[in-house]
Every structure is written in C-alpha cells, then in structure tokens.
Design a protein around this ligand. Sequence first.
Ligand code: SF4
Length: 218
Amino acid sequence: MSDRHAFTDLALAAYCPRKLYYRRRDDAPPPDRDERHELAFRYPELRDPATDLGGEPIAVAPGAYRRALGRSKARVGAPTFAALADPARRDAFLEGRRARGIAHKVIEAPLAPSIVVAGAPPDRGVYRTQAVRAVAAAKALAWERETRVERAYVEYATRGVVQEVELTARRTGQYRRALRTVASVDGPPARTRQRSKCETCEYAGECGVRTRSLRSLL
Ligand code: SF4
C-alpha cells in the first residue's frame, strides 16, 4: 500500500475509524455523484432572479438559496466566489507527500482547493471530517506547487453555502491525527462514542450499535 493516504480515507478516519475499516475491507467505491454536484459550477446563473430554481436539485426554497449564495459571496469575497464558480481546474488529482486524491476545484487566486459536498452544513463553519479532507487537499496542492496554501473551501452545493477552511494549527492538527489513525487501522477499531453518527451509517447492523431506527423496530 502507498504511503500516501486517500483524502476520503482521512475524512472517514476523522468521522469514525471503524467505518473506515469496514469500507476498506469491502473495498467500497465512493458514492456516485449526481446533478447536485454541478450546482457548484453554476452560481452566477443560480443567483440570477431570471433563473427558475423550481426544477433544480436544491435543498431549500429558492429565495433562501439565493440569500445563502449572497452570504457566501460576501463571506469569501466576490473575486474568490467568481473563481469558485469557474475554477482553473476541475477534478484535479493532487498528490502530496502524505496524501492524494481529487480536489473538485482548484482556484489560482488565492491558490486553494475546494471540496463540493451534497449534504447540509453545520450551524457554523464546516464539519471536522470535511475540514480534514479539505486540509489534505490543500497540503497536497502545496506540495505539488512547492508553495504555501493557506486555505481551502468546502461547498455545500445544495444549500448555496461556501465556507473557507483556514489551515490553522487546530485544523492541521486534526489532519495529522487523521493521518495517524489511517496508518494504524488494521483490525476493527473501537466504535465511535458519538452515537449520533451511527444513525446514518450503513454498517450499524453489522457494527452492533443500536441506532434509533433499529430501536424503533424492536
Ligand atoms: S455504526 Fe457507528 S461505530 Fe459503527 S462504523 Fe458506523 S459510525 Fe462507526
């Protein structure tokens, strides 16, 4: 096995190392993309009041979606927002010193990768698992270009939410912990103590945790 770990494995390690173990054991492919992914390349059109959002795969009402896009633009700045909608590279394979994988976008000014996700954002910022993936992409991009990369982006495309992930000491520490976890997983690790994560986990039955949905069947 390569010394370089997949970005997606690092994200899973930050979520639940046991889930990473199951995924690796089953050699499970990542989930398929669908038209929700493309939303992240259509921001100017989607913000345009003349565009009918009725048939779009957005997860909130059209007005809320446009307002969220407006807040995202204000948060990251208009030039960055425009660059994210029309990135220099799409599906860029990045190979760093410790990790490799696909960044859905790479923009040049500021130099940064972006990861597009289909789910909902947390109330503030980004989930740790997504931040780890974004930081891994930023580190790989920095390695490839032999320059500093100080930020990455996570885009919740169906909600119109774009968040910046700064490569702070805390974020880098989370990434390094995920690297150590991935390197150490061979047998099944302990279950996550944060059992809310198990509610949507496809391995809940096999794993032996009782989720709310399982409990309701008993
Ligand atoms: S059910 Fe919970 S503990 Fe088990 S693999 Fe899934 S997330 Fe981890």
